[in-house]
Design a binder for this molecule. Structure first.
Ligand code: AMP
Length: 109
């Protein structure tokens, strides 16, 4: 855990946040500033700064993020209408919180 990392504090429960999903490896919660009717963030509990910092050993946690999003889409009823999964990478890629997270947006009519 990084002491001044917002998503470490959220994932550890230090900042109270309503989780839509929690497993041993990740948490999912609503984005505070949604870009779509559904906007969920999937965040590994272990601190990884960005996609640039991923190693081969992180393959399992990445796959868990994607399978969690697939399950969340099913639960939210947006599997059939579709959704977008993406990572912003570093400042030039639009990343503002430097703890790896995957966005899921969808729910459009
Ligand atoms: P990124 O630009 O990829 O780093 O995305 C960071 C996202 O975190 C943005 O979409 C923010 O709206 C969102 N965000 C920032 N603080 C919070 C918070 N306390 N709870 C939920 N989402 C947050």
């Amino acid at each position: 855990m990084e002491s001044d990392c917002l998503f470490c504090k959220i994932a550890s429960g230090e900042i109270n946040t309503q989780f839509l999903m929690e497993t041993d490896d990740l948490v999912a919660f609503k984005d505070i500033n949604p870009l779509a009717p559904v906007h969920v963030l999937f965040v590994p509990k272990r601190h990884i700064r960005s996609v640039n910092d991923l190693t081969e050993d992180d393959g399992p946690v990445l796959s868990k993020l994607i399978f969690a999003a697939k399950e969340m889409a099913r639960q939210m009823g947006i599997s059939a209408t579709g959704y977008r999964l993406f990572f912003n990478v570093e400042k030039g890629g639009g990343q503002e919180v430097f703890h790896l997270h995957m966005h899921m947006i969808g729910g459009w009519e």
